[in-house]
Write a protein that binds this ligand. Structure first.
Ligand SMILES: Nc1ncnc2c1ncn2[C@@H]1O[C@H](COP(=O)(O)OP(=O)(O)OP(=O)(O)O)[C@@H](O)[C@H]1O
Ligand SMILES: [Mg+2]
Length: 232
């Protein structure tokens, strides 16, 4: 199973769009995908035109079974939706021991063997849920727009990853987990950049990730950002 968090502390840079697109891409390739919205704005359901009745907070606060909290969009793509109650979930996690590992502990056993990929969209701010999501997923994709504040937001996401790795001795990576996915959909760490299963639209640069539009002839969201970003 692969995991990926889409993060940038700056708002409106394309996190939700990227998370939904990536999840849809994998589902279209017959992977079983869980798309988690960890942002109380609840944009994932809005973008997908869904009206979910169950939410992330019920999974985290009430400890209900995952299968009772997800809303299936289709056979391959399940959504764990978000709403204002997600703020309560954040508050509930605050009092826990090793709280950054809380999601890993409750979500890990529920997804293992059921999903090939878990994609998590997070809020544009430094939240505990974001740290929990990074600890669980192990990969962080950071979309950036062509402005300074977006780059500063990206820098804050990179810093969060660095702090978590230093504190918990983990190896959370900035990058596209698609690079690690074998043809069977399972993780294959031996695959390096440039492997045959790389995700269209996502390019790896030296220590950074660049996102470009996948529409034919589309204009890249982040084209030309490499020089700025590589200094982060
Ligand atoms: N590649 C792209 N090219 C042009 N516009 C885009 C692209 N990706 C997203 N957008 C547009 O940018 C806007 C913000 O996108 P999105 O909601 O995905 O950002 P976000 O980072 O999730 O925002 P927030 O931080 O508020 O959650 C939307 O109107 C979306 O349609
Ligand atoms: Mg969003």
């Amino acid at each position: 199973m692969i995991g990926m968090v889409v993060s940038n502390q700056r708002g409106g840079v394309g996190k939700t769009t990227t998370a939904v697109s990536y999840a849809g891409y994998l589902a279209a390739r017959n992977k079983k995908v869980l798309l988690i919205d960890a942002d109380s704005q609840g944009s994932v359901a809005t973008v997908l035109g869904m009206k979910p009745q169950r939410f992330l907070s019920q999974f985290i606060v009430n400890r209900e079974r995952l299968e009772e909290c997800v809303t299936p969009l289709n056979e391959h793509l399940h959504v764990l939706a978000s709403h204002r109650g997600t703020q309560e979930a954040e508050a509930a996690l605050l009092g826990q021991m090793a709280r950054e590992k809380a999601l890993q502990m409750i979500l890990g056993p529920e997804v293992e063997g059921r999903y090939d990929a878990v994609i998590i969209d997070v809020a544009p701010s430094v939240t505990l849920l974001q740290s929990c999501a990074m600890m669980f997923a192990g990969h962080v994709l950071i979309p950036v727009a062509m402005d300074l504040l977006s780059l500063q937001g990206a820098q804050m996401s990179v810093e969060t990853v660095r702090l978590l790795n230093d504190f918990y001795k983990t190896e959370i990576r900035n990058g596209d987990p698609g690079e690690d996915v074998g043809k069977d959909g399972h993780s294959d760490p031996s695959r390096g950049p440039g492997g045959p299963e790389r995700t269209p639209g996502i390019e790896r640069t030296a220590g950074a990730v660049r996102l470009r539009s996948v529409e034919p002839g589309g204009r890249g969201l982040c084209g030309g950002v490499r020089e700025n970003y590589s200094s982060l």
